[in-house]
Design a protein around this ligand. Structure first.
Ligand SMILES: C[S@@+](CC[C@H](N)C(=O)[O-])C[C@H]1O[C@@H](n2cnc3c(N)ncnc32)[C@H](O)[C@@H]1O
Length: 300
């Protein structure tokens, strides 16, 4: 495995300029992107927020996604990356859709490549893996990339078995302080995702390398145990959640709850023995969210 030149990365630019990034945030349709995306805008700004927290902590590594479809959430992840942090994309793409057992999405290489190129990512530098996520081992993936992941989105197949397989990439390939975003944790229409994640924590318990720290907008964010407290404290102390919170099932202004935060109960906000901040089923003021996005992306 190679190593990351973190001092060079600390001063490196992001792949995409602030001007193009803001254009994407303000109106990506006008940029001529093709296809569609399945993630929400909330997940995109949360990714930038979390990446800026990683940067503050000096955490660097590859960024990418398992299950890119047409690349919309992939772009939100890749926008946070600095030149020198490898970009990664894995999907069945159109040639392997016969292996899409749960018929979730339909990756397309041409559309993905067009979208990545339109935003200005150097497509020749993206590590692309075409096929089932189970066709490659975590060891093979790590050596393909050369080092570990800073941010890995997991949004490929949605069965329990696939989740257990894909979480191995997070367990083995995240750098210390890396973050994996597990999509559809809260989606009742994909019970296999929930089952897979819960089985993982059941098997590994509080000794797992991975520790979940935030549930927001249908994604469960996990990091390595080494950084769990740091990230939990960082997200729960963000005034943003309070300020941009429009409506919530838990009462006005209560957009994030965790043990000791907003009266959060120690036993309620736990998953796999890890304290978890919950900001799920909240409505955020989009104008404030976009303003926050522009502010934090510049710090990624
Ligand atoms: C829900 S879509 C992803 C949506 C995308 N992340 C976004 O936010 O726009 C799921 C994707 O995973 C791919 N996929 C499904 N099963 C897979 C598997 N076992 N291995 C790799 N990719 C898979 C599909 O082709 C599809 O593009």
């Amino acid at each position: 495995m190679g190593s990351l030149n973190t001092s060079a990365l600390a001063t490196a630019k992001r792949y995409v300029s602030d001007a193009l990034t803001n254009q994407y945030i303000d109106n990506y349709k006008a940029m001529g992107l093709k296809g569609d995306g399945m993630g929400s805008r909330d997940s995109s700004w949360a990714t930038a927020l979390l990446s800026s927290i990683q940067r503050e902590a000096g955490v660097y590594g590859a960024a990418g996604e398992i299950g890119v479809h047409h690349g919309y959430f992939w772009m939100s992840v890749a926008l946070t990356a600095r030149v020198g942090e490898k970009l990664f994309a894995l999907d069945l793409f159109e040639r392997n859709q016969d292996k899409n057992v749960d018929a979730s999405g339909g990756g397309n290489m041409g559309i993905f490549t067009h979208n990545a190129q339109t935003l200005g990512f150097p497509v020749q530098d993206i590590v692309v893996v075409e096929g089932m996520s189970s066709s490659i081992t975590p060891g093979q993936l790590c050596s393909k990339i050369g080092y570990g992941f800073r941010f890995l989105s997991i949004d490929g197949g949605h069965t329990k078995e696939i989740l257990l397989n894909d979480m191995k990439f997070a367990e083995c390939c995240l750098v210390d302080g890396g973050i994996a975003a597990l999509d559809d944790y809260s989606n009742a229409f994909w019970p296999g995702v929930h089952e897979g994640i819960v089985s993982y924590f059941d098997r590994h318990g509080a000794n797992s390398r991975l520790a979940p720290f935030l549930l927001h907008a249908n994604k469960l964010y996990v990091t390595t145990r080494s950084h769990h407290k740091r990230y939990l404290d960082a997200v729960t102390s963000q005034a943003f959640w309070r300020n941009a919170c429009r409506s919530t099932v838990a009462g006005p202004g209560v957009c994030i709850e965790a043990p000791g935060v907003n009266g959060g109960n120690l036993w309620k906000f736990q998953l796999g023995g890890h304290a978890l901040a919950v900001a799920e089923f909240r409505e955020f003021d989009q104008a404030q969210a976009v303003a926050m996005w522009k502010d934090v992306i510049a710090k990624c």
